[in-house]
Design a protein around this ligand. Structure first.
Ligand SMILES: Cc1ncc(C[n+]2csc(CCOP(=O)(O)OP(=O)(O)O)c2C)c(N)n1
Ligand SMILES: [Mg+2]
Length: 275
């Protein structure tokens, strides 16, 4: 728990590479871009207890970009929800760790996601339930920038502001890439901050969403916004594939890409600074 967050980010990145490398293919780029956020939430901010994963009134995290499941699993295993050996079962028959998040299979996963747009709606519903129950929880949600092209995101965003869900803190992984091209070319979501403001949200722009200090400061600021009676959107300017040079340089090709165990081992050496 007291481990330096930067070291933890390395551990999480290495575990992502280990489990996807073992499987041979996966959503590497979009997993690597959200590591700093996951480290800050699970190791610094969230009121959770790995020994009591269903604890009443716990904070929740909904990974609406459900294809980042392996990044969440790597984080959960580092946080003590299950052993690291489970990571090697990723997306194989009988696993508790499918490629996309499933609350019925994985200890510590609070919402089943993968159909883009839907997880965010679920997070808004959880936030409304928590507000009505007055349990004091904070609900965190993560959406992709390509995912933000889904109409459902904006319907849910409008509803969250209308219900004054200040217990909801959402993050956009603004890595500028989606499945096969840049977000700007496919269907540009800019100016993103203006859109969320117009929808009645507080907005915090993080210049470097892969800088753990900037992410940590932004989450603290978002929590301090609770009195404003508005939900908060934190826009994280990130790099898809962050941490491994050749993967980042693949660009859109790093979305769901093949990787050998040797390439994963080399990536781990790079992350650890051993090369
Ligand atoms: C409703 C729906 N349509 C299409 C897909 C297939 N799909 C999975 S990830 C993805 C791209 C998402 O891009 P983005 O939100 O930017 O996520 P990133 O990979 O950058 O994290 C697509 C189209 C899906 N999962 N759900
Ligand atoms: Mg993206």
């Amino acid at each position: 728990m007291n481990k330096d967050l930067r070291e933890l980010c390395k551990d999480i990145r290495c575990d992502i590479m280990t489990c996807i490398g073992h499987l041979g293919v996966g959503h590497i780029g979009g997993c690597l871009s959200v590591v700093e956020l996951l480290a800050v939430l699970y190791f610094e901010e969230m009121n959770i207890d790995p020994a009591n994963p269903k604890m009443e009134g716990r904070d929740r995290f909904v990974c609406s970009k459900g294809h980042a499941g392996p990044a969440v699993y790597a984080t959960l295993s580092n946080r003590g929800y299950f052993g690291k050996e489970e990571l090697l079962t990723l997306n194989q028959g009988g696993t508790h760790l499918p490629s996309h998040c499933d609350m019925n299979l994985t200890t510590g996963i609070d919402m089943t996601t993968g159909s883009l747009g839907q997880g965010f709606s679920c997070a808004v519903g959880v936030a409304l339930g928590s507000k009505l129950a007055k349990d004091g929880a904070t609900i965190y949600a993560l959406i992709g920038d390509g995912e933000s092209q889904e109409g459902q995101i904006w319907e849910a965003g409008m509803f969250a502001a209308s219900k004054k869900l200040s217990n909801l803190i959402a993050f956009t992984d603004y890595n500028k890439l989606q499945i096969d091209d840049t977000v700007a070319k496919v269907n540009d979501i800019a100016p993103l901050a203006d859109k969320w403001k117009a929808f009645g949200w507080n907005v915090i722009d993080v210049a470097d969403g892969n800088d753990v200090d900037q992410v940590s400061a932004a989450v603290k600021l978002a929590k301090a916004n609770r009195g404003s009676e508005k939900p908060t959107m934190v826009i994280l300017n990130t790099r898809k594939g962050c941490g491994v040079k050749w993967i980042e340089e693949l660009g859109p090709g790093n979305h769901n890409c093949p990787i050998s165990e040797e390439q994963a081992a080399a990536a781990i050496r790079e992350i650890r600074g051993e090369d």
